[in-house]
Design a protein around this ligand. Sequence first.
Ligand code: BDP
Length: 644
Amino acid sequence: MTDVHPAWLPPEAFQAVGSRRVLVRADGPLAETVREEVARAGAQYGATNSGGLTDEGPADLVLTLSESEGADGYAISRRDGVTTVAGGDPAGLLYGFFHVVRLGEGAFEGDREIEHHRPAMRRRMLDHWDNIDVHPVMGQVERGYSGGSIFWEDGAPRPGLSRVRAYGRLLAATGINAVAINNVNVHATEARLLTDRLGEVAAIADELRPYGIRVHLSVNFASPMALGGLPTADPLDEDVRAWWAATTEHVYATIPDFGGYVVKADSEGQPGPFAYARTHADGANMLAEALAPHGGVVHWRAFVYNHRQDWRDRSTDRARAAYDHFAPLDGRFMDNAILQVKHGPMDFQTREPVSPVILAMRRTRLAVELQVTQEYTGQQRHVCYLAPMWSEILAFENVAGAGDLVAVSNVGADRFWTGHPLAQANLYAFGRLAWDPALDPATVLDEWMDMTFIRPGEPLRRALHAVMDGSWRTYERYTAPLGVGFMVRPGHHYGPDVDGYEYTPWGTYHFADRDGVGVDRTRATGTGFTGQYPQPWSDVYESLERCPDELLLFFHHVPYDHVLHSGSTVIQHIYDTHFAGAEEVAEMRAQWAKVGDLVAPDVHARVTELLDEQLRCAEEWRDQVNTYFFRKSGVPDERGRRIF
Ligand code: BDP
């Protein structure tokens, strides 16, 4: 543990609380956690003001319960020298406590009008794509860029699981309350977590419970066959239903506050209800029914598409698939079946429109799925602060009204948790935006800095903003242009490969030829995908004139001399953004070089090394993308820069 980076909870973050007298007027495990936090801080900083935990007044900080604040909510106020946190329930008390930690000394100054805080999303959840075994291609954590799993090592739970408790603490401080611990691609070993290896799940739940986090499990749809010895996994078969009911009952007998199941079915090789000519509502409802008596939920993923497409056949459009499968099922899911939809219709690309499934399912409970792990955004070797992307998504139509926000975690056994130390900010920001989607990404970044670098002075603060604020747009500039996506190396998805996926079965094409580029998804001449959107979006995306520049190639195939709203042609835009993107990375590197004596040497060294790699990779992207489009189009750069 000692060499694990404290992320946003170094001891100094607790100085203000630790030097005050704190009274906790509540009982139960979460109140105990708050007491422990206060006692730990008091032991370190309590000498001043004889701070620490007190049993009765007078106190500088009083934490108490008040039902009127609602689930997970809390109120904070300050009068006559006393700061009061009133939690709507024990979880609210815990979140209110971390709010005070965030405020630091500010929590104990002057008077404070009462503020009420309540999460926008009821479930703020991280999905781990962790395996117990090391997968021959994907490694232990699928799309993991931070070392091995924090849960398992050498085929068994990590000794002591102490890292898991520290993880729970970090997550609680940013408002996360649910974690699915294993990969959605459920292999044979991991499938057994549901049955004979359930004890491992229980042990992890024990570590996370003190921080108000419930554990969920990814399950394999075919488990009744593989684990139960049944001849079928048909969701309408009585024996199958009985197997799920009994298995689920055993899960709850072992872990009474178990959260529920996550399911990837009929997708990329995972089994599902299609094998029995049943619908995905049949599949989801079978599990929902098994979970309902225990208060559990099933997160049923909408990521269902044909991954064995014939690229010569233009009649299928992967972007259409989720809507085609799920929109007809709206209203047919049980209340505790939550449809988990990736934010875009394709697959976590740098830029995608919001999935039309999210807009269509008005009578179905929804979870919106984001990718904190940077599979397509630089794999935690590139700085790419994703909060600006997420806040755009969350501001679109009814997205912020989904009950759950879920994201694929970026955490592993790495000393910095996230490989790239600055990628910690994405994890932090995810929790904060799930709590309040209206938060400004730059403000969230300030919060993260204040906690992580303990209220840094202006030079470091300015440098971190310069490196991080615009890093998602910078990444977008030097990679695939104008929303076209997928010009990445097949398989591992790091770095450019202009035609890497063009003639593959994956359904991810850009259709560049000598005349133009982009996917025609219009109703008039294309795949008709624009027709899946309600108005006005259906017409906005259909129209070449009204479609936003950044999504142009997602919706339209256009000639290289097509003029964007920006006034630039498509081809010139490609050249300009690619030169600019690489230059911006060089500038990020220069900014970071200036703050060498303001951050811990190990953090500075790791980020420096990674910025070198980011610059190399950005230049590689620039040169390959520019050269590719120059060769296809024959149009020279109007500014005469070097293209190969
Ligand atoms: C894709 C990933 C793959 C995941 C899949 C999913 O490349 O590793 O299994 O998403 O979400 O983006 O199920």
